[in-house]
Design a protein around this ligand. Sequence first.
Ligand SMILES: NC(=O)c1ccc[n+]([C@@H]2O[C@H](COP(=O)([O-])OP(=O)(O)OC[C@H]3O[C@@H](n4cnc5c(N)ncnc54)[C@H](OP(=O)(O)O)[C@@H]3O)[C@@H](O)[C@H]2O)c1
Length: 227
Amino acid sequence: MQDLTEKVAIVTGASRGLGKAICKRLAEAKVTVIAAARSFDDLKQLTTSYPDQITPIACDITDPKQVENLIHSTMTMHKQIDILINNAGIGRFAPVDELSTEDFSLMLDVNLKGTFFTCKYSIPHLKKSKGHILNISSIAGIESFASGGGYCASKFGVMALSDALRMELKSHHVKVSTFCPGSIKTDFGRYKDYALEPEQVAESIYQIVAADPGVIMNQVVMRPLVP
Ligand SMILES: NC(=O)c1ccc[n+]([C@@H]2O[C@H](COP(=O)([O-])OP(=O)(O)OC[C@H]3O[C@@H](n4cnc5c(N)ncnc54)[C@H](OP(=O)(O)O)[C@@H]3O)[C@@H](O)[C@H]2O)c1
């Protein structure tokens, strides 16, 4: 396992749910964390327990200018980016003929285009640091289901984007991983009692980014053990 002290990580969707748990886990490992989301008050609340480790930056990842600013601010403050965790995501579930065009577009904008923007603007810095991109996809990124037409399309897109990036960045020693969780106990949607705890998922994500430099976990699927 690598010692991640001195590393700088950006985590999107950090205001609640899984993103918040990832920020906490990284901060406990003494990683310098940039926590990004739109809800700045929630981000500030998160930093109160880790004032030296976590810095909040308001960012709507659907806006390329705000994403550029996120990367620029991180570089200005810390001079490096080692880890990019694309976690922000939304889900709107309905049969295709009932799904609004607005909801379909929003899922592609947040889940897929937002991931594209953060990767695009941080790649020059990740090449310098020989860093790591970890994209949070979903089981819905490898298996489609009824009423998931828009969400699955956006997450399958994340898988394709990540696969292409992995090939583009391999020669630069930049790792690209996809993480595909099943149901997690967050505000994302309804879940059963056996769903994964965000902290369990965050621990696995930590293991992936802390793996030895010569090891890459391309794709990890994590499901709750359904009784
Ligand atoms: N929960 C599950 O069962 C589950 C299962 C598989 C995969 N996932 C994936 O796991 C990731 C995290 O989900 P979660 O369960 O933690 O969901 P969540 O509790 O609803 O949190 C979603 C996060 O995304 C952020 N976000 C949404 N739109 C954004 C935008 N335009 N710009 C920046 N940030 C934005 C939200 O922050 P603001 O609203 O403050 O911007 C929030 O921090 C998502 O990619 C989701 O698809 C979740």
